[in-house]
Design a protein around this ligand. Structure first.
Ligand code: UDP
Length: 487
């Protein structure tokens, strides 16, 4: 590699939802800031999805490449089944030694380290090497504000959040109801994932030289202002915040597009609702039945990415939704009897995994029932597609509040889907509303404005483009300081 350039080492925690924004950040740094990049990927033992994504992304060893770190063995640790945050925190803690050795073993030492939310315990390695260090929050400013403000809430709020009846106010954000809108990781203080969130994510986020966040200035101006105001959130985080997004996967420009696109090509513009719950989201049997009936009753066209129902909503997190692909994964085994036959002219069911970015970019798609993961949300906004918010876990709940109440680009069920089964009549009503009623049309107009402002932010001279340049300069200054003996 050319050692006159800045060279960023990016540490990526397990999960496709983490790898995708890290890869896109790497591409931006290479394409627009003349960086070289090494991505250190921590994979889960079960996930093939990350390696598939890496293999399908063309690398250029002169500019960027990925190093797969050995999957840490956490089998000896006692962790509740469904505490994804804790599992990720553990894996990232256990991998530190291997990561440090890999960094020290590099032919040319990188000039900066960028970690994601779960990697903050590796920041001291950058200090040891005398290089600059940054935290990348592949999410939005509301969520960043929650992280920054969490130690204050930890002191001020008495008892568990899950029992709080009063709304809480995070500076720069709309007030939220802890029981409904807050990240479920924070529900109960005694749970290990609460402690992991507060220690690793919340306290860790400000331990770098700056924070990168995957939004653009005009999306959340009030929240960004609060984060920079020393009387508000700036009291708790002293480091600069650079909004550099939206960084999302590009559409595939070539290759065989598959049957779903042949089908979409034949549908009228904006007539199809796309349903998908991210890389890990699943429904219960009961909810899946209601969903199928709701769709059928709505009489709207649909593309539905479907996986075998499970007990937990994040049932496929560590498999990237790949399932076994065997007979038991076949939708006919768990969808209502006759559903596939009755809807074959209006619907397209895709088991396990779909080319989401390309589907959302198709002109026939006019709505998205989404779990509100931040990548999916950005993919919807940047394609001007209004949403039905169907949050399941983690920060998806806050995202859904933001999309419905702050941006006005989504609707949601009266009672959140993680609290009780949403019945077919309500699903039918929501689908119709977003696809053909006045409310849906107004949302489409609003989301189109966001689409335009996001594109402007990324253009040369746009706010995100400039923020990335400022960030690169920030890294360079530190680098020069160390080259001059730390003066
Ligand atoms: N995704 C996809 N096909 C699928 C499901 C998900 O391509 O069938 C992609 C989606 O486009 C997004 C990512 O996987 O880029 C999911 O990230 P997100 O932050 O939305 O949710 P998470 O999976 O982290 O919960």
């Amino acid at each position: 590699m050319n050692n006159s350039k800045q060279h960023a080492a990016l540490l990526c925690s397990p999960g496709l939802g983490h790898l995708i924004p890290i890869l896109e950040l790497a591409k931006q740094l290479v394409a627009h800031q003349n960086f070289t990049v090494t991505i250190f990927v921590v994979s889960s033992q079960t996930s093939h999805a990350e390696s598939q994504l890496l293999n399908s992304t063309p690398t250029n060893p002169q500019l960027w490449h990925a190093v797969q770190l050995p999957s840490p063995d956490i089998s000896g640790l006692v962790i509740p089944d469904d505490a994804v945050v804790t599992i990720l925190a553990m894996m990232m803690r256990e991998v530190r030694h291997a990561f440090r050795s890999a960094l020290l073993g590099m032919e040319v030492c990188p000039t900066m380290l960028i970690v994601d939310l779960f990697g903050t315990e590796s920041l001291p390695i950058a200090e040891e090497l005398g290089i600059s260090k940054f935290v990348y929050v592949p999410s939005n400013a509301w969520f960043l504000s929650l992280m920054v403000y969490c130690p204050v809430l930890d002191v001020e709020v008495k008892g568990d959040f899950v029992h709080q009846k009063e709304p809480i106010q995070i500076p720069g954000c709309r007030s939220i109801l802890p029981q409904l809108d807050l990240d479920d990781t924070l529900s109960v203080r005694a749970h290990r994932e609460y402690l992991d969130f507060v220690e690793i994510i919340s306290r860790g986020v400000s331990k770098g030289d700056a924070i990168l966040v995957n939004i653009w200035e005009d999306l959340e101006p009030k929240t960004l202002a609060a984060l920079r105001d020393e009387k508000l959130l700036g009291r708790y985080t002293k480091v600069p915040v650079y909004p550099i997004g939206p960084l999302i996967r590009p559409t595939e420009s070539s290759g065989s597009r598959g049957k779903v696109f042949d089908w979409l090509d034949k549908q009228p513009n904006e007539s199809v609702i796309y349903l998908s719950l991210g890389s890990g989201g699943t429904l219960s049997y009961e909810q899946m039945t209601e969903m199928a009936w709701g769709l059928e009753l709505s009489k709207q066209r649909f593309v539905w990415v479907i996986r075998k129902p499970t007990r937990t909503a994040d049932g496929a997190f560590f498999t990237g939704g790949n399932g076994s692909g065997g007979d038991e994964d076949s939708p006919s085994k768990y969808l209502p009897k006759g559903f596939l036959d009755r809807t074959k002219d209006v619907g397209f069911v895709i088991p396990l995994w779909a080319p989401q970015v390309d589907i959302l970019a198709h002109p026939s798609v006019g709505g998205f029932l989404s779990h509100c993961g931040w990548n999916s949300t950005l993919e919807s906004i940047t394609n001007g597609v209004p949403m039905i918010a169907w949050p399941l876990y983690a920060e998806q709940r806050m995202n859904s509040t933001m999309l419905t109440e702050e941006f006005g680009v989504a609707i949601r069920s009266k009672i959140p889907p993680w609290k009780k089964v949403v019945e077919r009549e309500e699903i039918e009503e929501m689908v119709r509303k977003i696809m053909e009623e006045k409310e849906g049309i107004a949302m489409r107009e609003r989301v189109r404005k966001l689409k335009t402002s996001s594109a402007k932010a990324l253009e040369k001279g746009g706010s995100s483009y400039n923020a990335l340049s400022q960030f690169a300069k920030h890294g360079e200054l530190r680098c020069m300081k160390f080259a001059n003996g730390g003066k």
